[in-house]
Design a protein around this ligand. Structure first.
Ligand SMILES: [Zn+2]
Length: 113
């Protein structure tokens, strides 16, 4: 049986079109909700881990030395460099920066407690 041609009543192909449109709209809404949830989760993780040592979890401190921002964990003596800072340290004009930074820790660990 076909509704085609009946005034005021949608044909099965029209009904299918609207169902598909509705499903597509709901899919877009769900996808948007998923993206928002993922963004919220990424923000939550960033807030939770920001400037915390990846090894021991303690708060890290930023030390600026000769144009390099070094994140240092004074709990386990871990050192974290941001993206691009290794390349900066490798430059001839930055020679000695890393060994200077490492020397701070050598002095730190030699100190009697
Ligand atoms: Zn640490």
């Amino acid at each position: 049986m076909s509704d085609r041609g009946t005034p005021g009543k949608a044909s099965s192909s029209e009904e299918e079109y609207f169902v598909r449109e509705d499903a597509e709209k709901k899919r877009r809404i769900a996808l948007q909700a998923k993206k928002e949830k993922e963004a919220a989760e990424l923000k939550r993780l960033k807030d939770l881990h920001w400037m915390h040592c990846p090894k021991c979890g303690m708060q890290m401190q930023e030390i600026q030395y000769r144009g390099v921002d070094v994140d240092v964990c004074f709990s386990c003596n871990g050192i974290f460099l941001d993206a691009g800072e290794i390349e900066h340290i490798e430059k001839p004009e930055s020679r000695g920066v890393m060994s200077s930074i490492l020397n701070w820790f050598k002095l730190e660990t030699k100190k009697p407690v």
